[in-house]
Design a protein around this ligand. Structure first.
Ligand SMILES: *Cc1c(COP(=O)(O)O)cnc(C)c1O
Length: 388
């Protein structure tokens, strides 16, 4: 029988505690979710600022749909590039302090497209070991020599760069998506410049959330377009909407328009999504209280989790993993938390390395202190009965 191994593969995933399944959500995104008919407090969304269901963002989306309809009709280069897309690109360029911005339909596609447009056979792409899957896939599919350096280890990167050939592209997450720590960007920028390499930063989890006005990690460190020629950001996380963008020089953006296949050969985002994102960007830039409140909640969670003796990582961000190790145990704790009314996802291999399964707790500006304390209390209760 052809493909008979598929059911064996699924059985094997189940016995290893690695089987994945979806929950059906029947409410808007937010800190209160209806999951399978039950109301829970959400601790696993990337909507860090609480904008996915913000009234002004929803209103802009509705007005965008009134103006443009739903579908964009085609790719940007055919007839799908609307005034709403164009205005958002210009506003994001000003926001990131880059010459130009190009919208992509998803972050996954942006990363595949950019890396493939910039390097190929004879070149070298160097990536942090813990980079997001889309960055790794971009590097692997590019045809360039693919090197992974130890996590955040600029000395290791330096050694690899010394042996690298062709054009050299260094690629890193800004905030690491499953660990929450920050890449050492100033050191990476210095190393890149010493070796005549380009640095690309995927700041999916930093934009909107880090920096006085939400400009992300590059804003925080004051790294301009010369220090970091390629900045990639997503719109489905801190911005609360959908899509992604790449920011950089005129030369970079024109190169992507002419050659990035995941830009050229795909339908443009619905214009109403761009309209909604413009509203979201205004809130990101002006409402600093969201970042301040989030920072206070992060501190409260870390102090409380420390008192419980939970194994956290050194993450200053809204991503606060609780390390468990065993995949099945991580799933069990996640289930017990759900029964207690808290939605926290268990992250398992191959998303993270073998033996490093974890609960990925994410915090939002819309949580309050009582919710953080409630989650900590639930963790304390589960730990006593299930793990210890
Ligand atoms: C989510 C994410 C992406 C993918 O973005 P999508 O718009 O969801 O496709 C890329 N990189 C990182 C670091 C991410 O966390």
């Amino acid at each position: 029988m052809p493909f008979s191994h598929l059911s064996d593969n699924l059985d094997k995933l189940a016995t290893q505690g690695l089987y994945r399944s979806r929950r059906v959500i029947d409410s808007p995104q937010g800190i209160h979710l209806q999951v399978d008919g039950k109301s829970v407090i959400n601790f696993c969304s990337n909507d860090y600022l609480g904008l996915a269901n913000h009234p002004a963002v929803v209103q802009a989306f509705k007005e965008g749909a009134d103006t443009y309809g739903v579908g964009s009709g085609s790719a940007h280069l055919i007839c799908g590039h609307s005034k709403a897309h164009h205005a958002l690109e210009e506003e994001l360029a000003a926001f990131t302090g880059r010459e130009r911005v190009l919208l992509f339909s998803t972050g996954y596609m942006a990363n595949i497209g950019v890396i493939n447009a910039l390097v190929g056979r004879g070149d070298t792409v160097l990536e942090d070991r813990l980079n997001h899957a889309s960055l790794l896939d971009g590097g692997l599919s590019s045809g360039a020599k693919f090197k992974r350096y130890a996590h955040a280890d600029t000395a290791h990167l330096d050694t690899l760069l010394a042996q690298a050939t062709g054009n050299k592209l260094i690629v890193t997450d800004g905030v690491f998506s499953m660990d929450g720590d920050w890449a050492p960007l100033p050191e990476l920028a210095r190393t890149a410049s010493q070796h005549g390499a380009w640095l690309m930063v995927d700041d999916a989890h930093g934009l909107g959330v880090i920096g006085q006005h939400g400009g992300g990690l590059l804003d925080y460190y004051g790294l301009d377009q010369t220090a970091v020629p390629v900045l990639m950001g997503t719109l489905g996380k801190g911005f609360g909407t959908f899509g992604a963008f790449v920011a950089g020089s005129e030369l970079l953006i024109e190169t992507l328009i002419q050659t990035a296949r995941t830009y050229i050969y795909t339908t443009a985002l619905p214009p109403a999504v761009a309209a909604a994102t413009r509203a979201s960007l205004r809130i990101v830039m002006t409402e600093t209280w969201r970042r301040e409140k989030l920072a206070a909640l992060i501190t409260r969670f870390r102090v409380g989790a420390g008192q419980l003796g939970l194994h956290l990582l050194s993450s200053p961000s809204a991503i606060q993993p609780i390390m468990i190790g065993d995949s099945q145990q991580a799933v069990d704790v996640s289930k017990a938390l759900l029964a207690a009314g808290f939605l926290v996802s268990a992250i398992r291999p191959p998303t993270v390395a073998q033996g490093t399964a974890r609960l990925r707790v994410t915090l939002s500006a819309l949580h309050d202190e009582a919710m953080i304390d409630g989650l900590l209390d639930a963790l304390a209760a589960i730990r006593l009965s299930k793990i210890a």
